[in-house]
Design a protein around this ligand. Sequence first.
Ligand SMILES: NC(=O)c1ccc[n+]([C@@H]2O[C@H](COP(=O)([O-])OP(=O)(O)OC[C@H]3O[C@@H](n4cnc5c(N)ncnc54)[C@H](O)[C@@H]3O)[C@@H](O)[C@H]2O)c1
Length: 273
Amino acid sequence: MAYNLLKGKKGIIFGALNADSIAWKTAERIHEEGGEFVLTNAPIAMRMGQINELAEKTNSEIIPADATSIEDLENLVTKSMEILGGKIDFVLHAIGMSVNVRKGRAYTDQKYDWTAKGWDVSALSFHKTMQVLYQKDAMNEWGSIVALTYMAAQRVFPDYNDMADNKAYLESIARSFGYFFGRDKKVRVNTISQSPTMTTAGQGVKGFDNFMHYADAMAPLGNATAEECADYTVTLFSDLTKKVTLQNLFHDGGFSNMGISTQVMELFDADKK
Ligand SMILES: NC(=O)c1ccc[n+]([C@@H]2O[C@H](COP(=O)([O-])OP(=O)(O)OC[C@H]3O[C@@H](n4cnc5c(N)ncnc54)[C@H](O)[C@@H]3O)[C@@H](O)[C@H]2O)c1
């Protein structure tokens, strides 16, 4: 159901790789709610070609940008304002990648060049994006910036590897930059801490299937889907959440506040063994 919550709002969406991507579902929902946007992804991701399908479906243009390159980000922001005909109301940062995870390198045996690369892509890119938007004065007042994160920033999930540290850094950037963006431009900055979700990035984590089942059995409302994450992001881009800022918002069916659930307890029931 659409409510026209984003009618007249213009934005930039990072990270739609394929139809499983959280950013892809979010772009579809924003389009339904009347928002207009530019889609962007790393030049290498463009080669897969699937983003063209999303652009066509949502009447949007694509501007390739490596989110670690200031030059690319400057070009992205300038061109987006030209295409959209003015300043920007919303930005979604849905980017994550760890070379150590990809290449199967354990947390206790990091290759630090890879650690630094993953940090640049997954965390520092959020600072770079906001710094370019801030310095170009590209955001409208009461605009909203959201990045996606995961609870491994607060608690230990061994197979999340160095992405846990990247997410902790990302969440800190949201608070630190969010202060200046709020004070100087009346723009809010938040992170959404999403349930495990079956996407290309998600599936890169070892044992992801089992982990998804565990999280689902722990959460009183079950795991939040990518579509539900898209719905939540729409609310944060709408005028209904104007004073929500500097927050890390858990969108996980209640998982983050659980100790144990009866469903998981039953798996350890001694009488059943
Ligand atoms: N899938 C999950 O379980 C889950 C849970 C919580 C949070 N998240 C976060 O959600 C976000 C989106 O991930 P997803 O699960 O939709 O997976 P995804 O693989 O569909 O998206 C990751 C995106 O990052 C992009 N990217 C990588 N390097 C880039 C670069 N240098 N410049 C620009 N873009 C680059 C990829 O091309 C891809 O589009 C990530 O921040 C991820 O950590 C995912």
